[in-house]
Design a protein around this ligand. Structure first.
Ligand code: LMR
Length: 402
């Protein structure tokens, strides 16, 4: 039967990772896949994570199954991290969480739950959105549609157009939102915009589904959760897909969670019971190791403090790189305004060049960006900033030199 299958193209982001690894040029610059890198170009294990891992391994006496809902301590710790310890939805008993295989697993679980609750529902995603949102959510069988979001002319959010589109949606439509550090654009909503958005979601009876994959890498752990906390206190229903890949650096451990907030404790319980069944029929149980580390870390005040320090250093490095990049580009390519990069948040920004220019950056300069010109700012280093800016200037001017 397999001879009937066609070969599909590589994933646009993961394919780039493989192409970068195969490139032997010492000047190569990886701005592709969204992983944090330090100034040596490495993605280190965070020290607080290493210590928590040691404690987990020392205490672990069994590898027996945990549960389809995963590690209970992790699930509670994630609720506190996302919502803050004293959130009214927690006090009202309306919050339930299931551990998932990474943020992707969480996103898919949420889509499967929506399909069970409302088989005809449409999930509305921003234009643009993370490339994997579409197959991941659409794979559940739900319809996907788009709402306007990024304004390439300003590098900000087309907020009026976004709200205008959401105002037209039928009640119970699901709206996928990026909690912070919008992937791929880096253009985030301000607190005032979150409040206006919340009012529209409430009035139109829309259901928000928040993807929170970068908490702490934008403006801070609290600031990056402003939107999700607001929606959780003002609206009856909300889904939150959480990833621990970036802020804990646990990428390969596939550590994430889906939090469901229901209109009542009974509705939240029913949602969780359905999620447990979905998990059981898809993969049975999530991997424990990363979740055990996060539970240990967030349950140990000294480790949590150390982790917050490391997270703050990562965030500071990204913010600093944004400023340095804008300065380098201003020097190398003064005819073009790249100042929007400094106003954006998190790992990603669009460079704002064509797919041909992206190809030229790769083929002539060994610089790797996704085809839509998304760049992972954390992939830049003091030693390659000037090289990258010069390469950008050359492709923007259509130079044939390499
Ligand atoms: C990205 O956007 O590059 C990351 O979230 C990694 C991935 O899985 O695509």
């Amino acid at each position: 039967m397999f001879e009937r299958l066609d070969r599909v193209p590589d994933d646009p982001i993961l394919g780039l990772m493989a192409a970068f690894r195969a490139d032997l040029d010492p000047r190569k610059v990886d701005l592709g896949v969204g992983v944090y890198r330090n100034d040596r170009g490495e993605t280190p294990v965070l020290e607080a994570v290493r210590q928590a891992e040691r404690a987990v391994l020392q205490r672990q006496t069994s590898k027996t199954y945990v549960a389809p809902s995963g590690n209970a301590g992790f699930n509670q710790a994630i609720e506190r991290l996302v919502l803050g310890g004293s959130h009214p939805a927690l006090a009202a008993g309306r919050v339930r969480t299931i551990q998932s295989p990474g943020g992707c697993g969480a996103l898919r679980l949420g889509a499967e739950l929506i399909r069970l609750a409302r088989p005809g529902a449409t999930i509305h995603v921003s234009t643009p959105t993370w490339a994997n949102h579409v197959p991941l959510l659409g794979g559940s069988g739900l319809q996907l549609a788009r709402y306007p979001y990024y304004d390439a002319a300003t590098g900000g959010v087309s907020f009026a157009a976004m709200l205008g589109a959401l105002e037209q949606l039928p009640a119970a439509s699901v709206v996928l939102l990026h909690g912070s550090c919008h992937n791929p654009s880096g253009a985030d909503l301000s607190e005032g915009q979150w409040r206006e958005l919340c009012a529209v979601l409430s009035r139109r009876e829309l259901v928000p589904y928040v993807d929170l994959a970068y908490q702490g890498l934008g403006q801070g752990l609290e600031e990056d959760a402003y939107g999700v906390r607001l929606l959780a206190s003002e609206l009856p229903e909300l889904l939150v897909a959480v990833s621990c890949s970036k802020n804990f650096g646990l990428y390969r451990e596939r550590t994430g969670a889906l939090t469901v907030i229901g209109p009542s404790p009974a509705a939240a319980d029913a949602g969780l019971s359905q999620l447990v069944r979905i998990a059981r029929t898809l993969y049975s149980m999530p991997p424990d190791h990363g979740a055990a580390i996060v539970a240990e870390l967030l349950g140990t005040p000294e480790l949590e403090g150390a982790w917050q320090g490391e997270l703050s250093a990562m965030r500071g490095r990204i913010t600093g790189l944004r400023a340095q990049l804008v300065a380098q580009l201003r020097q190398a390519c003064p005819e073009r305004d790249f100042s929007f990069i400094e106003r954006q948040r998190g790992m990603f920004s669009f460079l704002g060049v064509s797919s041909e220019q992206v190809r030229a950056l790769r083929e002539r300069h060994h610089v790797y960006l996704t085809e839509d010109s998304r760049m992972n700012i954390a992939g830049l280093r003091d030693e390659n900033l000037a090289y990258f800016a010069a390469a950008v200037a050359q492709v923007v001017r259509g130079s044939q030199r390499s």
